[in-house]
Design a protein around this ligand. Structure first.
Ligand SMILES: Nc1nc2c(ncn2[C@@H]2O[C@H](COP(=O)(O)OP(=O)(O)OP(=O)(O)O)[C@@H](O)[C@H]2O)c(=O)[nH]1
Ligand SMILES: [Mg+2]
Length: 337
């Protein structure tokens, strides 16, 4: 990417609107220093983040807009921004505007590449078929694309790029946010821990428990209570031999499967639009009346005290892991307890 930087006229940086701070990659600013840039906060159809919240963090007054893939209005807005930038360039780039789409994994770079190409190429052009591969998981695009023509009047050419993570993630909440939006593989994190962070975020957004009312008709800050409700609703149980009588079986809650279900529900918009970025959520706490803030903090303190005494309050699994997959899962559990 840095090798191509001198040939690029404009950077289109994508960040996930559900995690605008966690998906900001300061490394890209270094590589493309001095280049014109437009920021798109993608997946706005899944995000509750507001313009005011983004503006509050836009300390360098950069050009930005929300973006929702497959929305006519959204793509027209991006096309207008691109054309305006082209018109502002004097003299105009002799070989056409060269654009590079950059951002963290899974923020929607390939999706917008295909969308721009299908919308901007004038009708009758040879092929408007999707050229970039799109999938649900981060890490789909593995290498820099060939140059792609997305518009012929004016001439706009672009590169789709692989998602770039910073070498180190800032903190645990950022890691959890990135795993929930599938920018980093959620397989490397205990699903119950991820689900716990999701519950924490949902409670901050709406303390009445509205977001997860499809499972529980009251608010809770106990992830196991919510997971039990998911297990009951979705019949997620594990059958195992009883400890006191090996000839009899008992059913226990399948917390891991329920936690994975919550992350799937998040992507299916079952909990409504959300923001998962701790930095933005923190601001929300500050806007609450003092009594509510105190209640949230006290409840969290109580929960963490309980967790310290008995991490996650889960029954200890003493059985030896049988497969490499189970061994990996057990290791990741240890890392996050
Ligand atoms: N709901 C919603 N989903 C989107 C949007 N844009 C992209 N997606 C989905 O997000 C997932 C990732 O999209 P990609 O375009 O492959 O993301 P990418 O940034 O190219 O990912 P990598 O190449 O892995 O870095 C796919 O499942 C898309 O369908 C959007 O605006 N809204
Ligand atoms: Mg891609």
């Amino acid at each position: 990417m840095s090798r191509l930087a001198p040939q690029v006229d404009l950077i289109l940086e994508l960040r996930d609107a559900r995690a605008p701070i966690a998906t900001t990659n300061v490394m890209l600013d270094k590589v493309f220093k001095g280049k014109e840039k437009i920021i798109l906060y993608t997946k706005s159809d899944l995000a509750s983040t507001t313009k005011r919240e983004i503006d509050k963090w836009n300390v360098n007054k950069e050009t930005w807009t929300f973006y929702q893939n497959k929305s006519e209005k959204s793509i027209n807005q991006v096309m207008k921004l691109l054309k305006d930038k082209y018109m502002e360039m004097y003299p105009p780039p002799p070989l056409g505007l060269r654009l590079m789409i950059v951002g963290m994994p899974n923020v929607g770079k390939s999706s917008i590449t295909n969308m721009l190409r299908s919308k901007m190429l004038t009708t009758g052009y040879k092929s408007k078929k999707p050229v970039a591969h799109v999938s649900k998981m981060g890490g789909t695009t593995r290498k820099l694309s060939e140059i792609i023509r997305i518009c012929s009047e004016p001439e706009i050419l672009m590169y789709d790029t692989p998602g770039v993570l910073l070498p180190q993630v800032k903190d645990v909440t950022t890691m959890l946010t990135l795993s929930l939006i599938r920018s980093v593989s959620f397989k490397s994190i205990d699903p119950v821990i991820s689900a716990d962070y999701l519950l924490f975020a949902m409670n901050l957004m709406n303390p009445s428990g509205k977001h997860y009312s499809c499972y529980l008709n009251k608010p809770t800050n106990d992830i196991l209570e919510l997971l039990k409700a998911v297990c009951i609703k979705r019949n997620m149980f594990i059958k195992r031999k009883r400890l006191d009588d090996k000839n009899k079986y008992e059913q226990i809650y399948n917390y891991n499967e329920a936690a994975l279900q919550l992350t799937r529900d998040l992507h299916d918009l079952k909990f409504g639009k959300l923001c998962l970025d701790y930095d933005i959520l923190k601001d929300k706490i500050e806007e609450l009346p003092i009594e509510e803030k105190r209640m949230i903090v006290d409840a969290e303190k109580e929960r963490f005290d309980a967790m310290e005494k008995n991490p996650l309050n889960r029954p200890v699994d003493k059985s030896k892991p049988k497969t490499p997959q189970q061994r990996r899962a057990q290791l990741s559990n240890q890392l996050f307890q």
